[in-house]
Ligand binder design. Sequence first.
Ligand code: MG
Ligand code: ZN
Length: 218
Amino acid sequence: MKITVLKNILDANLQTAERNQRLLESHGILAINIMASPGAGKTSLILKTIEGLGKEVAIGVIEGDIASTVDADRISQAGVPVVQINTGGGCHLDANMVANALDTMDLKKMDLLFIENVGNLVCPAGFKLGEQKRVVLASIPEGDDKPHKYPSMFSQTEAIVINKTDLLPYLEFDMKDFKSTVNSLNHGVRLFEVSAKTGHGFDAWLSWLKEEIKLLRK
Ligand code: MG
Ligand code: ZN
């Protein structure tokens, strides 16, 4: 019985996600679902991306959080349209929440939409939102074992960004092991090594985003 209920929820979510995706595609918007554990630097990655790309690409942001508008306030200060979704305790975003957020946004003036998911490496993987691409963010202080512990998150993503590389000299993080694990889970996945603090590695990340926007509009 339980299994049936869960399946219905996921089916309904998938239908709404597909509707969101068609809506975004019809406006030529590249939507990226950013998933990570709390504190990996999702908001910082978005802010640094706005800094590097904001002049040539119109960016919008949906901020998912259990509570508060702290992150949305930071994005708003960067001069980018942002909608906050508070899940009221819920540990992931779903497609319906995103549909409601999209209703309030001016999609005609947007090239790139970041959907910052709730900080959690488990259930966000099971809920499509209507994104074109998934990006999982990992960070050096979390350790190199995250792909071993949360394989479904790392196997269902188009790109992995490893953040806080400025801390590599101070912490134990086996980059070789991390890369070989994610490659065995998700062969050929795009990998970016960045520091949202120093800007290290951002050229490749920004080029990828621009390329994906171009491909979407072909
Ligand atoms: Mg955040
Ligand atoms: Zn959840």
